[in-house]
Ligand binder design. Sequence first.
Ligand SMILES: O=C(CO)COP(=O)(O)O
Length: 269
Amino acid sequence: MTRSTHDKGACALRVGRLFRRETGLSCMVAFDRTLLAGPMERAIDARRTVESIVAARPEAVLLSPGLLKRCGDLFAFRGAPAVVVRIDYPMVGDFTLGGAEQHRLIATPAEAQALGADAVVMCLISGYDDPRLEADNVEAVARTARQCEALGLPLIVEAVVWGARESVELDAGRIARVSRIAAELGADLIKTQFTGCREQMRALVESVPVPVLVLGGAAMNDAAALERFTREALEGGARGVIFGRNAWQREAVTLGIEQLIDIVHGPGP
Ligand SMILES: O=C(CO)COP(=O)(O)O
């Protein structure tokens, strides 16, 4: 078997493990915001938050490299969620450095895999104030995709319209554009924004040749609104969700995530 055949198979195998067999969908929890924001409400004791997330058994949990080092043992049992590691540091929006946008890699795919990663995440951001940053970001995604291919490690690209040049209003066309670019650069999965419109999600999904997951954004604090948002995205063809604050900032973290899992997959037997 040639190396490339083997690696393509390894990546497909690992991508498949991120989805529930019965539904073909995935409910992931992103607990990586504190990498950029520092301590946050309901995430002061990071290990406790990870414990509460893992107890709900989502398909995967997204963590920073440092938190995986401190909390990896919480995933060391059969049937535990997969571990996805963020390997970049996007300084945009609230996270600019002294007001200036930047983007940096913080680990290689091989380093993340050595920590126990089943997949890695990095951003492709459309809308930096300085367009050269977008070019650098494109190059970093492409280089990382080639490294992931050599390891058979899935690359999830968070393809988003975020930077200083973008308006706050979500633009479905621009989101679809950056998602397609991410897939063409070599992403195995896309994590992107959802405008709330099923038809716009359908158009995006049809134009992107890899599975699409939607991110959650700021906590809605409204279970019905969150359910509606999730259902519309899935009806639009999204293969799942990867929610952060709308998962771990809920009042009862484990129960809230269990409810989210039921929305995605339907109630258990
Ligand atoms: O995109 C995310 C960070 O990876 C998810 O976090 P939020 O849902 O809290 O925005």
